[in-house]
Unconditional design. Structure first.
Length: 153
């Protein structure tokens, strides 16, 4: 019985290794395919669509948290809580300050991403590439094979 299990597991392992080697060679063949300019334009469009959605999320989250911190600070300043309960007031002030810092960082990162993947940058990149110029390095690094195969949705 143990010999049968050993033989079966060895055969299964050999099958998996062979299948993985074949899959790897297929992937290497796909990466060696050359794409024309229309394919590259479509891939850049797909990349910008994905990144602009994520950029909107960063901005919305950052602005939301930042606004929450501003409202907390305003409410605390208008309330008489500072005189009555100092420890509780300090805790709320600390939370509001944390919201301001985190919201500012997230919104700042969203603005940075907007400068790289915003609609104006997309138009600039497309114009330069259509005139025969190269893609910026930060874009060509991010282009993946799947962007060339998929149509933007």
């Amino acid at each position: 019985m143990p010999r049968y299990i050993l033989l079966l597991s060895t055969g299964l392992l050999a099958t998996i290794i062979t299948a993985r080697a074949q899959t790897t060679s297929i992937r290497n063949d796909l990466s060696a395919i050359r794409y024309d300019r229309a394919d590259t334009l479509r891939a850049v469009q797909h990349l910008f669509m994905q990144r602009s959605k994520a950029t909107r999320d960063w901005l919305e989250t950052g602005v939301g948290i930042l606004a929450s911190g501003v409202v907390k600070k305003t409410v605390l300043a208008a309330s008489g809580l500072k005189r009555e309960e100092k420890e509780y007031y300090r805790g709320l002030q600390q939370e509001a300050n944390e919201d301001l810092v985190v919201g500012s960082l997230l919104a700042g990162y969203g603005i940075f991403r907007l400068s790289r993947f915003g609609p104006q940058q997309y138009q600039r990149v497309m114009d330069v590439y259509a005139q025969g110029g190269p893609l910026p390095q930060y874009l060509s690094r991010r282009l993946k094979t799947k962007f060339f195969r998929l149509l933007p949705s």
